[in-house]
Design a protein around this ligand. Structure first.
Ligand code: NAP
Length: 272
């Protein structure tokens, strides 16, 4: 019998030329590194932040992206900044409206990196209920509001990507992280379910679940001893850097990664 005819297909690429990416929490830390990396791959960026004190950080990122290469179009920018609290539904809608107006297109990529942590690392029997609610309102409700909007607006038919940001704590269950871990477990659940609910859209939905990454969030409230412990338990003997994470997202949102869908991708050096 004749072997089946092998046809050649175009290899999917990792370029993001002219795709519009919204990155929440892009003023600092992991979100900032992701936004910059996607820009180096050719994407146009929507840089979101919330604190008035972070405006300068957002502006610095904007000029860094603009210096990579000018916008190929005289009518649309290379990147824009949108201040929005992701736990507020009206502000999230405004974030997406502003993005669509600025770039004259629906977004192709949405990354929900904005998140907060309880810097007192209180146990579940000590944490104030108001603090529990605050964490859930940003991490769980905020992610929900963003992915709901994304699911309705991201381009269908190929190349549409939603990446949430969870945490490896949903696998390691560290003490003192109860509310935070529970809020990220909600992110894991929503990610896996939305990926199935978007059947037929060719939009993929995945969660990035980093381990300890050297950012403001990681160092906030931790003693040198606690930081050292995180280094010692890691097989690679160091903390992660934002540059360890951003290229993983760059691949996840590329055409080459379409078959990765509904997954929780742990990026943590192997500690869990
Ligand atoms: P980070 O350095 O503290 O940065 C947090 C970012 O989120 C900032 O840009 C902040 O904006 C933004 N943000 C916070 N609340 C917001 C809100 N209500 N609306 C819009 N933006 C908001 O934190 P990171 O370490 O980069 O963390 C990024 C994500 O990774 C988070 O979801 C975090 O849970 C997750 N993560 C981090 C680690 C780690 O070890 N660092 C590990 C696992 C998972 P402003 O600058 O305006 O405050």
């Amino acid at each position: 019998m004749e072997p089946p005819l092998i046809t050649t297909t175009t290899t999917p690429t990792t370029t993001l030329q002219d795709r519009v990416a919204i990155v929440t929490g892009a003023s600092r830390g992991i979100g900032r590194a992701i936004a910059l990396h996607l820009a180096t791959l050719g994407a146009k960026l929507v840089i979101n932040y919330t604190s008035p004190s972070s405006q300068t950080h957002a502006e610095q990122l904007l000029s860094q992206i603009n210096s990579l290469s000018p916008s190929p179009s005289s009518t649309t920018p290379r990147a824009i900044i949108v201040q929005a609290d992701i736990s507020d539904e009206t502000q999230v809608k405004n974030l997406f409206n502003t993005a669509e107006q600025a770039f004259n297109t629906q977004p192709h990529i949405v990354i929900t990196s904005a998140g907060i942590l309880d810097p007192t690392y209180s146990s579940l029997f000590d944490i104030e209920t108001s603090e529990f609610d605050r964490i859930f309102s940003v991490n769980a409700r905020g992610t929900f509001l963003c992915i709901k909007e994304a699911a309705n607006r991201v381009k269908r038919g190929g190349g549409g990507r939603i990446v949430t940001v969870s945490s490896s704590l949903t696998a390691s269950f560290g003490v003192g992280y109860g509310a935070y871990t529970a809020s990220k477990a909600a992110v894991d659940a929503m990610t896996k379910i939305l990926a199935k609910e978007l059947k037929g859209s060719r939009i993929t939905v995945n969660a990035l679940a980093p381990g300890p990454i050297a950012t403001d969030m990681f160092f906030d409230g931790k003693s040198e001893e606690v930081v050292q412990k995180a280094i010692d338990i890691n097989p690679l003997g160091r903390l992660g850097q934002v540059e360890d994470v951003a290229p993983v997202v760059g691949f996840l949102v590329s055409d080459a990664a379409e078959w990765i869908n509904g997954q929780i991708i742990r990026v943590n050096g192997g500690y869990v």
